[in-house]
Structures are given as C-alpha cells and as structure tokens.
Design a protein around this ligand. Structure first.
Ligand SMILES: NC(=O)c1ccc[n+]([C@@H]2O[C@H](COP(=O)([O-])OP(=O)(O)OC[C@H]3O[C@@H](n4cnc5c(N)ncnc54)[C@H](OP(=O)(O)O)[C@@H]3O)[C@@H](O)[C@H]2O)c1
Length: 300
C-alpha cells in the first residue's frame, strides 16, 4: 500500500524539494501539499490545497479527509528579525500550528516530521549534540523550542530534524538564502560585508529532504541533527561559495556581528555533532565544499 504524505509549506524551499523527492516514486508514495495561495512548485502531479495553516478548523477538516500516514511540517516564520517584530504571528505559525497538527495526528494516528533549528542554542558551546541544553537568544528560537516541547509532551509518533542555514534553489522562492545571495552579489561585482565571528554548518536542502524521507522509511522517532559535517565562519562560507563558482573573493569583506545592530540576537557558534544521525538514521552528510559542487551541477 502507498504511504500517504502531507507536506505543509509545499511552496517553500524544503517543501518543493520534498515534492521532487517523493514524486519520483509514485509507486510507493502519494503526495499532498498545503501552502498559501497558488501552487508555485511547477509540479501538477500531486494533490494541492491552498490553505492558511493557522486556520485550525479548516486544517483539521482537510487533514481528516486526507488521512495521511505522515505529515512533514516545513512551514514556519523563519525571518529571525521579523519574528521579533511580530511575536503574535510568529507564535501562531511556529507554535500553534504545531499544536493543531499534533492534535489531529493523535486522532488519525499519523506520524509528524517537524523541522527545528540551531537557533534553539545560545551558540557558546558549538557542535551541539541532540542532548545539549537549549537556551535560545531570539524569539524565533524560543518558538521553535516550544514547538519541540509540544511534540515531546504529546502522545504521537514524531521526528524532529534540527537543521542549520538551509540553501538551495526552487521555483518562485519567497525568500533568498546565503548561497544564492553571495553568488548573485559577486556575479554583479558587488562588494559584500560578511560576519567572521558567527559559525555555522550549512545544509543543502536536498539533504534535508532526504533526511525527512529516511526518517519516514525507517519510522525513526525522536530528535536528529541534520547539517553539513564542518563548522565554518559565515565569512569562510562566503569564500567557499566564491571558490565554487569561480567568483572574486576580494569583494567579500569581513565584519563583526556587533557592527550590524540586528533586531534579534544570533548564536555565535552552532554546528552539530552528527554521531546519532550517522548511527541511527545511517545518514552521512558531506562537507559544505562537496555539497556546493552538487548544488553547482544542479543549477548550471
Ligand atoms: N531556511 C533556513 O535557513 C532554516 C534554518 C533552520 C531551520 N529551518 C526550518 O526549516 C523549515 C523549512 O524552512 P524553509 O527554508 O523551507 O522555509 P520557507 O522556504 O519559508 O517555506 C515555508 C513555506 O510555508 C509557507 N507558509 C508560511 N506560512 C503559511 C501559512 N500560514 N499557511 C500556509 N503556508 C504557509 C510559505 O508560504 P510563502 O511561500 O507564501 O511564504 C512557504 O512556502 C522551517 O521549519 C524552518 O524553521 C530553516
């Protein structure tokens, strides 16, 4: 029997990548997508519903009609500064929607795959294991941590995939990401300033999508870290992007976080320990350099 998968936020970066991945195997998966407005994925070979996920009644009604075996929740308010300025909107999408999904999963016995973030940490230790104690510095991080707690307190089967600085390219994207932004700026010979005192392990969106599929295929439950396997400063990340695409590194100027005056605080050093992911999901992420080559092959 086919596994029925509902993807929330199917117009988004991860959402569209999940569509591509599961629609490759129509023998084994039936795919349904929920997102705001028109279907912008360019794929028409799946069932799509335009729905505002914060509409609890409609959300529950639709999910009960569809009866998915798995729900992958990719929708979130992810702009960290916008979350600080619109706390209500942020809480609604990042926490309430997760509560609604958990409640309906409990009723229909569906498994929820939820995406979380390195921003649940304060960035002091770095290379976090799944067991390290969170301490978010921003409202975005707080709401994502609360969403995790809601699932831990529920009685449903859930998987939380924590990830870092996701990049990739899909159709009609509603927001940019580091690799595309650096690449486009350098292609246009624009000088850019990049912080050299924040450290991340960026995640290629195809790997995050694959980690969702592996979690489903293995029916894995609990929390797993998903990112590339190497911690770099954001300045070094920009330099790697310049190298990969043969662009001028001299246009990248290092600055420190304190000069930016951003609304939300960011953790200085994140990055993940991937031991549990390697062992239990049998999932082995690559270095950022290697992932950039895969991404380059895909877009040229
Ligand atoms: N991107 C990162 O660097 C990063 C890092 C760590 C963790 N994460 C987590 O990874 C997950 C996926 O991120 P992503 O980059 O794929 O996000 P994304 O590209 O912003 O995709 C989210 C999608 O959800 C849709 N959506 C938002 N609010 C909705 C609502 N009320 N009703 C229906 N649909 C709604 C958005 O619609 P529109 O297209 O119309 O806006 C968008 O298509 C999120 O949980 C995020 O917290 C991301």
């Amino acid at each position: 029997m086919k596994v029925k998968i509902l993807i929330t936020g199917s117009n988004g970066l991860l959402g569209q990548n999940l569509l591509e991945l599961f629609l490759k195997d129509p023998e084994n998966y039936k795919v349904v997508g929920f997102s705001r407005g028109e279907n912008r994925s360019g794929r028409t070979d799946f069932e799509y519903h335009a729905i505002d996920l914060t509409n609890q009644q409609l959300l529950e009604e639709k999910i009960k009609q569809i009866q998915p075996n798995f729900i992958i929740n990719t929708a979130a308010m992810t702009n960290v500064d916008a979350c600080e300025n619109d706390k209500e909107g942020c809480y609604d999408l990042n926490v309430h929607v997760v509560e609604y999904l958990a409640a309906v999963c409990s009723e229909i016995n569906a498994h929820l795959i939820h995406i979380s973030t390195d921003f649940i940490y304060d960035g002091v230790k770095g290379n976090y294991t799944e067991e390290d104690i969170p301490n978010p510095l921003s409202y975005y991080g707080e709401t994502k941590l609360l969403s995790e707690k809601r699932l831990q307190d529920s009685n449903i089967n859930y998987t939380i995939l924590r990830t870092i600085l996701v990049y990739g390219l899909v159709k009609d994207m509603s927001r940019n990401n580091i690799v595309l932004w650096v690449k486009e700026s350098l292609e246009n010979k624009k000088e850019i300033t990049i912080v050299d005192d924040q450290y991340r392990a960026p995640t290629y969106v195809e790997d995050l999508a694959l980690a969702c599929k592996v979690s489903i295929d293995k029916k894995a439950t609990g929390i797993f870290n998903i990112s590339s396997n190497q911690l770099l400063s954001i300045y070094e990340i920009a330099q790697e992007i310049a190298d990969a695409f043969g662009l001028d590194k001299n246009l990248i100027k290092p600055i420190s976080t304190s000069t930016l005056n951003q609304t939300a605080s960011r953790p200085a050093k994140t990055g993940f320990d991937l031991t549990k992911t390697n062992k239990e999901l049998e999932f082995y992420p690559n270095s950022f350099k290697e992932d950039l080559q895969r991404f380059k092959q895909k877009i040229i």
